[in-house]
Design a protein around this ligand. Structure first.
Ligand code: FE2
Length: 213
């Protein structure tokens, strides 16, 4: 399974460097989360980290004109973009990944606690726990990251937004856990994207891939 994870990650890196940087940062935060808390991960720690690292892997199959569109997406383009969780699940199945916990993270990381997410509109505890956790990391990194069309929020603003969305978009108990992890994100997180990707990338390769071999 981990070979398949590495294979799809390298394909994602070739297709879309920004998304690749994003998933690595989410993966590193997942690693910190798994180091700091036993519950609810227990024996699923490595799976959680791996799933977070490939949560957006379905974007490999989104056409460039939509994926790299820096202006506002048309509703029809947005519909395509919203298919990336299911595309990711399909791609992984084709790669021989069959672990439901890993597939669940990829397929359900855009579900919302209030049932207004996608692809299935699951709500609350129906959403797999690891996907609920990944959605917090995903949103947090997206909020603090600079984009061509918007400046990223400060870490403090993003933390407040997670609290504000607790019980609405996110599972409140997991938001509380995440916000209590010391040193996440690292204090240098408002440096440039390149600096951050390089930093997170090196942490990722040194600490995580070594474990996977
Ligand atoms: Fe996503």
């Amino acid at each position: 399974m981990l070979d398949a994870v590495k294979r799809v990650l390298s394909r994602l890196s070739a297709k879309d460097k920004d998304t690749y940087g994003h998933v690595l940062r989410v993966g590193v935060m997942a690693q910190r989360w798994s180091e700091y808390y036993e519950w609810p991960l227990q024996e699923n720690k490595l799976l959680f980290i791996a799933g977070c690292c490939i949560h957006d892997v379905g974007k490999i199959r989104i056409e460039d004109a939509i994926l790299f569109n820096t202006s506002k997406l048309e509703p029809s383009e947005w519909d395509v973009m919203k298919r990336h969780p299911e595309m990711g699940e399909k791609l992984l199945l084709e790669e021989g990944v069959s672990d439901g916990r890993l597939l669940g993270i990829v397929k359900h990381h855009h579900e919302r606690w209030d049932g207004k997410g996608y692809p299935l509109g699951m709500r609350g505890d129906e959403i797999p726990a690891l996907a609920r956790m990944c959605s917090i990391l995903d949103a947090f990194d997206a909020m603090i990251s600079d984009r061509p069309y918007k400046k990223g929020m400060s870490v403090e603003e993003a933390q407040s937004e997670l609290v504000a969305q607790s019980g609405i978009q996110f599972d409140e108990s997991y938001v509380r856990q995440f916000l209590a992890i010391p040193g996440v994100p690292p204090r240098h997180s408002k440096e440039t994207e390149t600096d951050r990707s390089a930093t997170f990338g090196s942490i990722f390769s040194v600490q995580m891939f070594r474990e996977w071999k």
